[in-house]
Design a protein around this ligand. Sequence first.
Ligand SMILES: Nc1nc2c(ncn2[C@@H]2O[C@H](COP(=O)(O)OP(=O)(O)OP(=O)(O)O)[C@@H](O)[C@H]2O)c(=O)[nH]1
Ligand SMILES: [Mg+2]
Ligand SMILES: [Zn+2]
Length: 412
Amino acid sequence: MGFFDRFKTKDNKPKNDLTGDKPKVQQVHPITCPFCGAYFQPNQVLFAFSRGEVERENEDLSPAQKKERVYFSIFDDSCDVHYACGMPMKMTHKASRAVSVMRVCPNKTCHQVLSPNAGLYEMGKGIFFLGLRNSGKTVMLSTIINTLKNVAHFYGAKFNHYNAGVGQKYEELYYGPLYRNHMLPKATARGKSDLLVYEWISKQYSTTIAFYDIAGEDAEDENTLIEQAGTQISNAQSYVLLVDPYEIGYISNIKQKKAASYKETVDIFNNIIDHVVLPDERRKKYLSIVLTKSDELVGLTGEPLFRRDTEAFSKIYENMNHAAGRFPVRERANLGNDISNFFKDKAPNIVSNADLTFDKQNIGYFIVSALGMAPVEDTENGYSIPNDPMPIRVEEPVLWLLYKMGYIDGEI
Ligand SMILES: Nc1nc2c(ncn2[C@@H]2O[C@H](COP(=O)(O)OP(=O)(O)OP(=O)(O)O)[C@@H](O)[C@H]2O)c(=O)[nH]1
Ligand SMILES: [Mg+2]
Ligand SMILES: [Zn+2]
């Protein structure tokens, strides 16, 4: 089925409303660009063409010039605009007859390609991922995206990359190395950040989920973080904060391994929030606090959460069951309780800081393993894993946020 066909019935007439008389008027929604935060109306989008297409007659163009993108607004006389669902969705360049369905963000410094769904739904505000050095962001992004793709259908939803560029980036930099080559990423380099934007699309709602992978080293410096990601942070509706287990003294003492970072995740994070999010808005936002690398905690003595003979244990190291297609509210309440008690006891600083900034009921505590196994050192190439990753509960923090924000139903 072609893209425009979805707006038509089988006999090619526009879809009618239930009475069958009048064509249904689809409500058009303003768009927030998930890459730069620009806010605009669907009729302000630009359409992208390649210069070579538009200037077919011009023989002086070099191959590079032919590939260059050129942009036209719907108010440009040189183009015809085609509408669907009350929005400009396609443009024909009159002189060359070149056609484009590539709508892009009108912000000059952005011009990212918009999803075909942009403007069709009220867009949610997105989820921001953050953690310090070595906390497991890059690895978790690799497995969380793959897991969400696989489980979305249980919730009557699709989980798609926002545009083709995002899909390609994920495949090349995240999925490929880990799932195809079983290689672990090198520490993300300073100044480098990746924004992977996905859409959670269901019948009733759609929201963007912007996974922001930044070098932990940069996140440690508040000014750098605000500079690099201030807009994304202030625009996000919710946050996933990754905590390296070795940041928690109790664990690092037992395992005799310290976190690679010398600052505390949550302090930095809350300082950033204080700078870029207004106090009223903070109370409406959600926070998932996630202890990563749970596979390394199994069997640690003393703490009930890590002991095989406890009830919490059997759940924390077991995957979620999605078959019911509803978020398991009761199971989460129990687990959340156990895990937040662990944090209160072993990392009170994290809990008190989070409580000061966010509403208590909007904070969730999670323990996940993105890999489900310990990496092994491969002397030539760094670290690798012996098999395909087998993540444990890696999707739970995001599904919980989707549930809290109203994008998936809870169990009844
Ligand atoms: N055992 C175990 N180790 C993990 C897991 N996830 C990550 N690690 C280890 O933690 C290291 C760091 O993970 P990354 O995802 O690169 O961490 P990061 O937060 O992106 O780090 P920076 O890029 O430096 O900010 C990996 O190389 C693994 O050795 C996991 O689920 N289990
Ligand atoms: Mg990284
Ligand atoms: Zn933009």
